[in-house]
Design a binder for this molecule. Structure first.
Ligand code: BYC
Length: 330
């Protein structure tokens, strides 16, 4: 492929020499911490990596509205309901910024949505798990948004300008989301024995899938090396996962919850919590479309897309009307 050619330029062809020079200049800009902007020259593989990651991220935000949206009508108080509505709406907004950031790379939103609805695109594994109790909403906010912050704060320094800038606002909102989740867990943990049990059960359900959110271990991660070189990713998957564990375990202890991992222990010599093996077969099954809710999630997105068809058609008809009016005046 073109860019792979760039990465190992053949000295024979003049085009390859020119490409190698472009690539060297591009890497030098990255190394100087300059932001790459949409109209700047970039290797094809840099563009493709960003389209892949940003669109998967956008899809995750949109699909991520479903497990929590499921609880809007059943939130225990009016205050919790209004907070949850705001949170789910924020996630929709994050999806919209991210689709816009992906569009700056020359791909259309319609094409990306088609990839999601046809099942060709990936979105975060975490959103293929069910939310059977109110405590699951607390666990999502605390753990899933907590993991998201850990992963996304470094993305505010991503080398691609539009993605980095979108992440600044997303991260501010995610930290509010994380706090609201922790607050739900705190209230349940201080509640009746049944409420404490509900919190523990939800924690048991979400702990391991949250660790999987960070992606395959570094040895198995196909994209990390290049993404780190291009400063799209600032940390590897395992580095972020470890930071998350170190940050979250003391929060679990404060709640009085037990981390569902018999091998978890503090390594005094490094100050890091060591944890047991992740079940990667479960992760692979979810990625292959066989998680507990994959089919349900895609079916819900397809139905929402169909339900919204008349809105898109009306908006387009209105835009056409405005354009033809402007033309007839001119
Ligand atoms: N789930 O080489 P790797 C949110 C895929 S939204 C599914 O390590 P990379 C929130 C990966 O795509 C959270 N697939 O890849 C929303 C690749 O597949 P392809 C979403 C995964 O890109 C609502 C393959 O496995 N966050 O927080 O270097 C409510 C090999 O992986 C997953 C983002 O999207 C996974 N967990 O690293 C609440 C953040 N992990 O494309 C919260 C931006 C890996 O080769 N994304 N794969 O077919 C990233 O930081 C990186 O893309 C990842 C993966 C760390 C996720």
């Amino acid at each position: 492929m073109y860019t792979q050619g760039l990465l190992t330029p053949s000295p024979k062809s003049p085009a390859a020499v020119e490409d190698a020079e472009l690539l060297a200049r591009f890497q030098a800009r990255i190394d100087r911490e300059e932001k790459i902007e949409p109209k700047d020259w970039m290797p094809d593989q840099y563009r493709q990596t960003l389209v892949r990651q940003i669109s998967q991220h956008a899809h995750s935000e949109i699909v991520g509205m479903l497990p929590e949206g499921n609880w809007i009508g059943r939130a225990p108080t009016l205050l919790r309901k209004s907070i949850l509505i705001a949170k789910v709406q924020d996630e929709g907004g994050h999806g919209a910024y991210l689709y816009s950031a992906a569009e700056t790379l020359g791909v259309s939103r319609a094409e990306l949505i088609d990839q999601l609805l046809s099942g060709r695109a990936k979105y975060s594994s975490i959103f293929n798990y069910p939310t059977p109790t109110w405590a699951d909403i607390g666990a999502i906010g605390w753990l899933v948004d907590g993991a998201a912050i850990m992963n996304q704060i470094p993305l505010c320094r991503c080398s691609y300008g539009p993605y980095a800038r979108a992440m600044v606002r997303v991260c501010k909102e995610e930290s509010f989301h994380q706090r609201q989740g922790y607050d739900i867990m705190l209230q349940l943990a201080r509640g009746t024995p049944a409420q404490r049990q509900m919190a523990q059960d939800a924690f048991n359900r979400w702990w391991w899938p949250s660790l999987m959110m960070f992606g395959p271990s570094d040895g198995a991660s196909q994209h990390t090396a290049l993404s780190v070189r291009w400063k799209i990713k600032r940390f590897t998957n395992d580095e972020l996962r470890q930071k998350f564990v170190d940050f979250t375990v003391p929060q679990a202890h404060f709640l009085g919850l037990t981390v569902p991992d018999p091998l978890l222990h503090l390594d005094e010599s490094t100050g890091h919590y060591r944890f047991g093996d992740i079940d990667w077969s479960e992760f692979q099954a979810v990625l292959a479309g066989n998680g507990p809710c994959n089919r349900e999630r895609l079916a819900a997105r397809r139905a929402a897309h169909e339900d919204g068809r008349w809105v898109r058609e009306a908006a387009l008809a209105y835009a056409d009307k405005l354009t033809s009016r402007t033309r007839s005046v001119a």
